[in-house]
Design a protein. Structure first.
Length: 340
């Protein structure tokens, strides 16, 4: 069998549009490709959510070697919009997914082939939906394969993550009374209440953990009102906190800050996690959240991958060719050490 070229495979994958909820084509490609490379491939259907604009099928892809794996290499197939086709120069591959996470898929496939040839029980798990709701990971967690370790791939500059921040998402809703803006005394502006509530939120002191850093808070979306000459009767702000520990303190701080002005609904929580250190490997702390908390049945987690998170989700997404090739060796060496 011809040796796999991770750079070529990355470009093939990037050129298959796979925005979240539209991962069917890339899943079908990987099913066929991995089967041809001698893996035993399983597809698991993941339903489309109500909010999806797509109606086609989508699948998780598991590729094994016919026995229980000690180590599973895993990442996600979906990307954020917009679709950006692949290109390259002497140093970099460019395009949507080059580092988040189709280049990682290619590196993991190449590493898995080397592990198989070395007689190490390793497998692959590629899931859908990571960029929105981890639906693929949650589905996969219902069907574990008995692995002892899960090496999850996200852009960490080829450094092993010692921790990954969690996520707490909240909706801040203010209510008021509609009126003509010429007579504000007849109404009660929900927008004004929301602005005051959010200003107080920005002054909340959030927890910090030595060696990890602080929690951070972002007000990402604000909506409300009907027109500039109408007193608004409703307004909402969408807030996201990156957690560095349990959420209880932060939840209470948010509720206390907006009390009397708005209501709080917590719509999503993904926990902060710590992971092991491995001798000789460079380390980092991931300020982002991954699928790892949703894959708890797949073994002890580790987080490692080529590429920079700073260019993921941008128009300038890229990955250094040498860094991607180095990741193949890193995945192989780490899985070999974990499998013993």
């Amino acid at each position: 069998m011809k040796a796999l070229d991770p750079l070529q495979l990355t470009r093939r994958l990037v050129d298959i549009e796979s925005l979240t909820y539209n991962e069917g084509a890339v899943g079908e490609y990987l099913d066929s490709f991995l089967s041809e490379r001698g893996f035993t491939v399983e597809r698991t259907a993941v339903p489309q959510p109500a909010q999806s604009h797509y109606s086609g099928p989508r699948y998780n892809i598991y590729a094994g070697i016919g026995r229980r794996p000690d180590v599973v290499l895993s990442t996600h197939m979906d990307t954020v919009p917009p679709f950006i086709p692949s290109s390259e120069d002497d140093l970099y591959l460019y395009g949507r997914g080059t580092c988040d996470a189709k280049g990682i898929i290619a590196a993991q496939v190449a590493a898995a082939e080397r592990l198989r040839d070395a007689g190490i029980a390793a497998a692959l798990l590629f899931v859908v939906g990571e960029e929105r709701d981890s639906a693929g990971a949650k589905m996969a967690n219902l069907h574990p394969k008995g692995s002892r370790f899960l090496i999850n791939g996200e852009p960490t500059d080829n450094r092993l993550a010692l921790a990954s921040k969690g996520t707490l998402r909240a909706e801040i809703r203010a209510h008021g009374t509609m009126a003509h803006s010429a007579y504000p005394e007849l109404g009660d502006s929900a927008v004004h209440k929301l602005v005051r509530a959010l200003e107080k939120l920005l002054r909340v002191e959030l927890p910090a953990v030595e060696g990890v850093g602080p929690s951070t808070l972002n007000i990402g979306l604000i909506s409300g009102g009907h027109a500039p000459n109408v007193i608004a009767d409703a307004a909402v702000g969408q807030v996201l906190v990156r957690l560095v520990g349990p959420s209880e303190h932060t939840r209470k701080a948010i509720q206390d800050a907006v009390a009397g002005l708005a209501e709080v609904e917590f719509t999503l929580e993904i926990p902060f996690i710590r992971m092991r250190q491995v001798e000789g490997m460079e380390t980092m702390v991931a300020a982002f959240t991954t699928d790892i908390p949703a894959l708890s049945n797949w073994g002890e987690p580790l987080l490692l991958g080529p590429g920079s998170i700073h260019v993921a989700h941008t128009p300038f997404e890229k990955i250094a060719k040498q860094e991607l090739l180095a990741a193949v060796d890193l995945y192989f060496d780490l899985a070999q050490r974990l499998a013993g």
